[in-house]
Design a protein around this ligand. Structure first.
Ligand code: FAD
Length: 308
């Protein structure tokens, strides 16, 4: 119920406008968002790198409404890739296709994302663009995009997809991605989806996560297991150990500011960990989805607001 409420709140434009402009909003979002500028993301990345973890940098934003906004978003990503090279960061980037104009002009989005993947592929060392997965109206289009980008000459290994374990279709999508050697980030899924296409019970989502995790770890392709769920992590560790899968042949991924204790203990035990660092002025929908995932997060924010 709480999750549904926060997903609905994440879509409320009035609240969004108010929150993103207010000083209070910036303060409370700081726990999960690195700041508003590229320099903030670079600083956060350097500190996470120092702690032995790699990073995926995300410029927050989704559903742009005109071509200029899409071009502006892509330009910011070009600057992030430049910053990764200039500051020698151990980082890649994550982006959303609706932030690149998918709803406005599909060809424009294709051109912009192709430019970013080509830039990443030309980097030394080779860079990588993760295409985040959004709500189910975008699933097929996003997968078509990633397949097409990955097939373009020179792009192999420089672009990857995200699979959501709550979607019933994911197993078949995973097979198609693996058939082309495409890197996958496996997560549970953050949107509100109808029961006709998504598992509703946590046990069912978890069971599908574990099933897909095993397929990914056996595939020989380098994947990311994105979860803060200690139970999922334990099962992945046990499977990797029993199947003699090398610890450097995949990575765990977690969000900036969440379960930092677990992030550090995994690194200490020799597992690979990547932290997803979001930054930017358009933090509201991302922030609301994070609050909905755990009641304690909403309490944390409420306590901070009372302290103001
Ligand atoms: P849950 O079953 O939600 O939670 C298990 C436990 O983890 C909780 O009991 C709690 O201890 C801890 N936990 C979980 N969430 C939080 C939180 N917000 N704050 C504090 N503790 C928490 N979703 C998409 O739909 N598309 C994407 O492209 C996408 N990319 C992601 C990238 C990364 C690196 C990560 C980590 C997540 C991504 N997600 C994405 C979100 C994901 O789908 C889930 O909504 C989110 O990770 C919560 O699920 P969980 O696996 O952590 O487990």
């Amino acid at each position: 119920m709480l999750r549904t409420l926060f997903v609905r709140l994440s879509e409320n434009q009035t609240l969004r406008g108010f929150a993103e402009r207010s000083a209070l909003g910036h303060r409370v979002s700081g726990r999960f968002v690195a700041g508003t500028e590229i320099a903030d993301a670079v600083r956060a990345t350097q500190s996470v790198n120092k702690a032995g973890m790699s990073v995926s940098i995300d410029n927050l934003g989704e559903n742009v409404t005109n071509p200029d906004e899409a071009r502006h978003s892509a330009q910011l990503y070009q600057q992030i890739l430049d910053a990764i090279v200039a500051s020698q960061l151990n980082a890649n980037v994550s982006l959303k296709l609706t932030h690149m104009g998918l709803d406005v002009d599909e060809q424009l989005a294709r051109d912009l994302v192709s430019g970013l993947v080509a830039r990443a592929a030309a980097m030394q060392p080779r860079g990588f663009v993760r295409v985040d997965m959004e709500g189910s109206p975008y699933t097929q289009r996003t997968l078509d995009f990633v397949h097409e980008l990955h097939r373009a000459p020179g792009n192999q290994g420089s672009v990857g997809a995200v699979m959501q374990a709550y979607l019933k279709r994911s197993e078949s999508d995973v097979e198609k991605l693996l058939a082309e050697g495409i890197r996958i980030r496996l997560c549970k899924g953050a949107y509100k989806e109808p029961a006709s296409i998504a598992f509703e019970k946590k046990e069912e989502v978890d069971a599908n996560y574990v099933k897909l995790m095993k397929i990914l770890l056996k595939s020989g392709v380098y994947h990311g297991l994105a979860t803060h769920d200690a139970n999922m992590i334990r099962q992945a560790q046990a499977f990797a150990t029993s199947e003699k899968i090398a610890r450097d042949s995949f990575e765990f991924q977690m969000l900036y500011g969440i379960r930092r204790d677990l992030q550090q203990s995994l690194v200490k035990d020799g597992w690979r960990m990547r932290v997803y660092i979001p930054f930017g002025t358009e933090w509201y929908p991302y922030f609301m989805r994070r609050l909905g995932e755990r009641p304690a997060n909403a309490l944390f924010v409420a306590r901070n607001m009372l302290r103001s």
